[in-house]
Write a protein that binds this ligand. Structure first.
Ligand SMILES: Cc1cc2nc3c(=O)[nH]c(=O)nc-3n(C[C@H](O)[C@H](O)[C@H](O)COP(=O)(O)OP(=O)(O)OC[C@H]3O[C@@H](n4cnc5c(N)ncnc54)[C@H](O)[C@@H]3O)c2cc1C
Length: 598
């Protein structure tokens, strides 16, 4: 049976030592999460993830959700109890608004907890994850009346939330949505239509389910300009908050799918269900995007989380499994063979995953802190800069962490040889679970288009220039530091490639948009590599300073980080030049054939 131990020490090191968590102590909520409290919360979060959520991960996958003939959806054994413990522990309230029962702590903290929980049990983590996204959208766009009615229970977790975008004929292209909203005299709407693939769409874990639904008001313009957002409860809620009758919302069937079996992915039918407008008429996509940004970072974390848990189990196996002898002579002569961790190719695989995971975690935390600054800083300039970075990094993290996270689960599975393919070891579940993160919340190809088509040109390229400036300044500041040379030179080469690629788009994509589409995924990964390289360089600087001052007792632990940093710079960072070469080859060859030739 697989195991999981939450990386609390690594996370604390990144937050406190590398990213300077204390510099944010003036921001609202941060004072309430001083470093001591931060550690206490993370250790409790680790305990919940390891002891409550992880033990039902494999059984939940095997059993899956079920739907009875009368339409009742039941989660696997143990999920209802675990969810009750989640609510009891107040885990959904961490960063939520204190006006509605939240603790108002930094969102960064909730992001860390999401990583732990998703590693332990991704299907479970999705139930509160979707609720948090719905809370974010309502908080920003709903009327006070709607907020008062729904947010306290959603934040407490007694009611869960969903997002309903996808329909059978439309996923990426939401302009095609057909679900209808008919205005009623009392200001409400009757919502009718069918949504598919709705995560956590129905279940018995909460008293009510609050659906956020995209629909087209009768007579609205065609396409994305005619889509509005509605809040539609599964059961009606009276003004005093009591739950009433069913609201014509039903789960038509459960999808049979590759992974996350314990999360109920539902076909949802809305049959004249009563809903209320959230935000402005026809501006539903904008409101939904608030939720999607939150959700995208959450999905990026799922990629990292599966990569982390798969790595941890692969390491245990590689130290234990005896096969062959080391190329340089036996390392365990008393045994029949050496453990496979002595073989260079096994180490290459493990170091590749680990050197990604640590930097990816740093980049997630760096971005989450930008998110907190953008929402909480009193300084407008700081807010704008942080918002730029958050917007820029959201598609990069979603695309890169889920693409690479999935590849890493496959690589970790490979460490088990044939046993990795056998269900009881749990490795094939990580592969199956990780796969969806590349698809939902906007398929990764769409993330890349968002980066190149929207985030790059936004505000005259202000965000990307800000990123170049920050990384460039770090390189300059450390250029003369001998101990930093192994990290600074590759980072500089990566940044040069990224700047050349950006320039190439500026010169070649405006006149010929296919050039942007043809290079967008490479650009997203190139961007990700530079971001990850920047994180490793920052980690190396922190480690060097600590080793020099002799202030830390964990010398070996710190030195190992330098080795992982070197590995990343030597073996992963050079991929930037391949991405640049592909981007610069343009779209001509790619677009030259007729569809018939495929
Ligand atoms: C398990 C699961 C859970 C889900 N949960 C939810 C949920 O809770 N709520 C919800 O609303 N939806 C949910 N979804 C739906 C998911 O978000 C969509 O499947 C996803 O957005 C892609 O839409 P699609 O499947 O229609 O693919 P399509 O839009 O048909 O895309 C097919 C392929 O074409 C590519 N493509 C499409 N358009 C372009 C373009 N313009 N340029 C380049 N490439 C393009 C895409 O990248 C993709 O690879 C879930 C799906 C699954 C499988």
């Amino acid at each position: 049976m697989p195991s999981y131990s939450a990386p609390v020490d690594d996370t604390l090191f990144l937050l406190n030592d590398v990213l300077g968590y204390e510099q944010y102590s003036d921001l609202p909520g941060f004072a309430d999460a001083c470093p001591d409290l931060l550690e206490a919360i993370l250790r409790e979060g680790a305990k919940f993830s390891e002891e409550i959520a992880q033990p039902i991960n494999q059984s939940g996958d095997l059993e899956g959700c079920s739907r009875s003939d009368d339409g009742v959806v039941t989660p696997p054994k143990g999920f209802k109890e675990a969810y009750a413990a989640f609510c009891e522990g107040g885990w959904g309230t961490l960063s939520a608004d204190p006006d509605y029962g939240g603790q108002g702590l930094p969102h960064t903290l909730a992001t860390v907890f999401n990583e732990f929980l998703s590693s332990a049990n991704m299907a479970f983590a999705m139930y509160p994850g979707l609720t948090a996204g719905a809370v974010a959208a309502l908080s920003l766009h709903a009327t006070d009346e709607i907020k008062q009615k729904y947010l306290p229970n959603m934040i407490a977790g007694t009611w869960t939330g969903t997002m309903n975008l996808t329909e059978p004929h439309c996923g990426t292209d939401l302009g095609l949505i057909r679900t209808k909203a008919s205005p009623q005299e009392d200001g409400s709407y009757k919502i009718s239509g069918t949504k598919i693939f709705i995560s956590a769409g129905d279940h018995e874990m909460s008293d009510n389910i609050i659906h956020l639904v995209l629909a087209r008001i009768e007579g609205a313009p065609e396409g994305t300009k005619g889509i509005s957002l509605f809040v539609v409860p599964k059961k009606m809620v009276a003004d005093d908050g009591t739950i009433g009758d069913l609201n014509g919302v039903s789960c038509g069937s459960l999808e049979h799918k590759m992974g996350i079996h314990a999360n109920a992915t539902c076909v949802m039918n809305y049959d004249e269900s009563v809903g209320w407008l959230v935000g402005e008429e026809n501006k539903g996509l904008r409101a939904m995007f608030t939720m999607m940004n939150e959700a995208r970072l959450g999905v990026a974390v799922q990629g990292l989380a599966q990569s982390e848990v798969a790595y941890q189990n692969a390491v245990v196996y590689a130290k234990d499994r005896l096969q062959g002898r080391s190329l340089t002579g036996p390392k365990a002569p008393e045994k029949a063979a050496d453990p496979i961790i002595v073989h260079p190719d096994v180490r290459r695989t493990l170091m590749h995953i680990r050197s990604f995971n640590e930097a990816a975690r740093a980049l997630v935390l760096w971005t989450a802190l930008q998110g907190d600054v953008s929402h909480r800083s009193p300084d407008e300039k700081a807010r704008t800069k942080a918002d730029d970075m958050m917007g820029l990094m959201t598609p990069v993290l979603k695309g890169v962490l889920t693409d690479t996270g999935f590849a890493n689960t496959v690589n970790a599975q490979q460490m088990f040889g044939g046993h990795g393919y056998i269900a009881e070891w749990g490795m094939e579940q990580f592969v199956r679970d990780a796969r969806i993160a590349m698809i939902y919340e906007g398929a990764n190809g769409i993330q890349a288009l968002d980066l190149v088509g929207r985030k790059l040109p936004a505000n005259g390229g202000r965000a990307v220039m800000g990123f170049f400036e920050e990384v460039g300044a770090f390189i300059k500041d450390n250029a003369e530091d001998e101990a930093m040379k192994p990290y600074i030179a590759p980072l500089k080469a990566g940044l040069d490639d990224l700047q050349k690629a950006t320039m190439w788009f500026m010169n070649n994509a405006m006149a010929k948009p296919d050039n942007a589409g043809a290079g967008s995924v490479d650009y997203m990964h190139l961007f990700g590599l530079v971001g990850l390289g920047y994180m490793w360089a920052k980690i190396a600087k922190t480690v060097n300073a600590k080793l020099e001052s002799g202030s830390d007792s964990k010398e070996d632990w710190l030195k190992a980080k330098l080795t992982f940093a070197s590995f990343f710079m030597e073996r992963t960072m050079p991929e930037t030049s391949a991405h640049l070469a592909r981007i610069s080859s343009g779209a001509d060859t790619l677009m030259s054939l007729d569809a018939d030739a495929f």
